[in-house]
Design a protein around this ligand. Structure first.
Ligand code: SF4
Ligand code: SF4
Length: 177
């Protein structure tokens, strides 16, 4: 079992419904967020290309955030989901410093927080909140180890990229380009 997400950059319109859904689902304090929208412009005028992406923790296979955590609060659960045990976290910020994606934030209650792939929803057979509300259906979530899963098929069929591959973290969020 290897949970992963694929996000179609050709369908994402940057509406932020995924961001709001996550904040609501996971009771994120106002002013903080586990996911966010990034817009990048590439190319040279007049051949410019705008890419809009919904970003979050990449649930990397190779996890500097877990390795640098001195208490074991940052850990990996079944399916490769990277989580933070809030009770064990001392808020030192080592994981924040080591993440190449700026995917973690310091919660005002003193611990570090990040995307969980909504594992509480997955366990009930539901998609993560962000995936379930996207009005353009640009996000796919599932088991990449299952060749018959929707995400396996779309990642195989389409051109994909991951963010900052040079970091060697083996991200499990794939962007369809
Ligand atoms: S994106 Fe950052 S926080 Fe998430 S697993 Fe990778 S290194 Fe850790
Ligand atoms: S802030 Fe918490 S989760 Fe991050 S490295 Fe320190 S103890 Fe571990």
């Amino acid at each position: 079992m290897r949970y992963a997400m694929a996000i179609d950059t050709k369908k994402c319109v940057g509406c932020s419904d995924c961001v709001v859904a996550c904040q609501t689902e996971n009771n994120i304090p106002i002013g903080y967020s586990r996911d966010w929208i990034t817009e990048t412009v590439e190319g040279i005028y007049p051949g410019l290309h705008l890419e809009i992406r919904s970003e979050r923790c990449n649930h990397c296979e190779n996890t500097p955030c877990v390795r640098t955590c001195p208490t074991g609060a940052s850990h990996i659960i079944e399916g490769g989901i990277v989580k933070v045990n809030h009770e064990e976290c001392i808020g030192c910020g080592a994981c924040i410093q080591s993440c190449p994606y700026d995917a973690r934030y310091s919660h005002p209650e003193g611990y570090v927080d990040k995307c969980t792939f909504c594992d509480h929803r997955i366990n009930n057979g539901q998609d993560p909140a962000c995936v379930s509300v996207c009005p353009t259906h640009c996000m796919y979530f599932g088991d990449l180890d299952d060749p018959n899963s929707e995400i396996s098929k779309i990642v195989s069929a389409r051109k994909v990229k991951v963010l900052a591959p040079e970091a060697g973290t083996k991200p499990q969020i794939f962007y369809l380009v």
